[in-house]
Design a binder for this molecule. Structure first.
Ligand code: ADP
Ligand code: MG
Length: 386
């Protein structure tokens, strides 16, 4: 089987005239174990890097021009940094050139910095597994090396987030890039979204014989943009009513005391955020003290809270969770922003086929289109491969 690294090298040679890149770098997609819609409330998340990666082969070309190709497109995008600000580039290339423009502006140099760069990937696109962060992170580590910038992992993650926010125009948090850059095998990244401090927490899934199944419902996120904005607005309103900047600083006691000042919907939105932060902290404690088999119920409670209080699940996401649990999963939940996308199930390895079959059957019984199901192995983050 041709590896992704070989595909990146072959694509590079094909696009840029049969020559070799200076190096090959890669970064993974991510899934979130628990901690949903807590990031923009300054709270806690617990993502992991998955074993699906975006690989870039790149070379300094000695000019100030960038030439960027992808396995998804035949044409190479040729541009300068000035073209990024002009806003006329194909959208996909702005993930790459945005990272270049931000790194370049932050540490200017007299030397020509143009690169030839080819991207390939096996991260599913637009499925909520953050192919966008995988792309930004792979490019960020590549340019950090090629330009000898010496940036820290946290700084490179922030460059990816700024690219997404200010150049691509997606109002996302720092979670995806943090997981993609800092991920470690068989571990989760415990991220405090306010201080941006991270800690690697070992999962011990391999030793405990546990597997994580990812089910991509392949559901269109038709309400995602409006729904996301509305949820953020509810959280801001709740925080303001409680007299704090971020719901991260509220306890359930505070919320209950303010119940009379909040409408029922806003109360429930805030209750999700406050209880979800507590579930993340409890998951970390259980992983450290009791082992990974004990976290299942917290995953399911997270899903129930997202379904009932935050109201961002869909029939398909609920079906994945119900079918997985009936077939013996230890816990299951939607992962990502909701309104479609993916769910995860924590299962004992011998149950992989039983849970997979149960989810497929439940989908066909309800007339849903077939989901994509695969085992995700928590993996290492961004790195130089060649
Ligand atoms: P997600 O991050 O959930 O996969 P996004 O919409 O945030 O979904 O990002 C997907 C977009 O990122 C694609 O539409 C494309 O523009 C860009 N992208 C990601 N990976 C690649 C790739 N390998 N080649 C070209 N563009 C890519
Ligand atoms: Mg994305």
């Amino acid at each position: 089987m041709t590896t992704l690294i070989e595909k990146a090298q072959a694509g590079f040679a094909q696009r840029f005239g049969d020559s070799a890149p200076d190096g090959v770098w890669s970064a993974p997609g991510r899934a979130n174990l628990i901690g949903e819609h807590t990031d923009y409330n300054g709270g806690f998340v617990l993502p992991f890097a998955i074993d699906r990666r975006t690989v870039v082969a790149a070379r300094l070309n000695g000019s100030s021009t960038y030439r960027v190709g992808s396995h998804m497109f035949d044409d190479v995008v040729t541009a300068t940094i000035a073209d990024v600000a002009a806003g006329s580039l194909p959208r996909w290339s702005t993930y790459v050139l945005g990272v270049a423009s931000i790194l370049d502006a932050d540490s200017p140099s007299d030397r020509p910095r143009g690169v030839d760069l080819f991207v390939t990937s096996d991260v599913p696109l637009g499925a909520g597994l953050s192919s966008s962060a995988a792309l930004e992170s792979a490019v960020a580590v590549a340019l950090n090396d090629l330009w000898h910038l010496g940036r820290t992992e946290t700084e490179l993650a922030q460059v990816g987030q700024r690219t997404e926010n200010t150049i691509v125009g997606a109002p996302t948090g720092i979670m995806d890039q943090s997981a993609s850059i800092k991920g470690r095998a068989d571990s989760v990244i415990f991220l405090d979204c306010r201080s941006l401090e991270t800690e690697v927490v070992p999962l011990g899934f391999a030793e405990a014989g546990l597997a994580l199944l990812i089910v991509d419902t392949r559901e269109e996120h038709s309400h995602a943009t409006n729904g996301y904005a509305a949820r953020r607005a509810s959280c801001e309103l709740a925080a303001k009513t409680l007299g704090i900047d971020l719901l991260r600083d509220a306890t359930m006691t505070d919320l209950i005391a303010a119940k009379g000042k909040l409408d029922d919907e806003t109360f429930r939105r805030a209750r999700h955020v406050i209880t979800e932060d507590a579930r993340v902290l409890e998951t970390v404690r259980l992983l450290r003290d009791e082992g990974p088999k004990s976290i299942g119920p917290l995953l399911t409670e997270s899903h129930n809270s997202l379904r009932d209080d935050f109201e961002v699940t869909t029939d398909r996401l609920n079906t994945v969770v119900e079918a997985s649990l009936s077939a013996g999963a230890l816990g299951a939940r939607m992962t990502g922003g909701g309104f479609g996308g993916c769910a995860i199930a924590l299962i004992e390895e011998p149950e992989i086929d039983a849970v997979t079959d149960a989810v497929r059957l439940a989908f066909s019984d309800k007339g849903f289109s077939e989901p994509t199901i695969f085992v995700a192995v928590p993996s290492d983050g961004a790195r130089r491969d060649v």
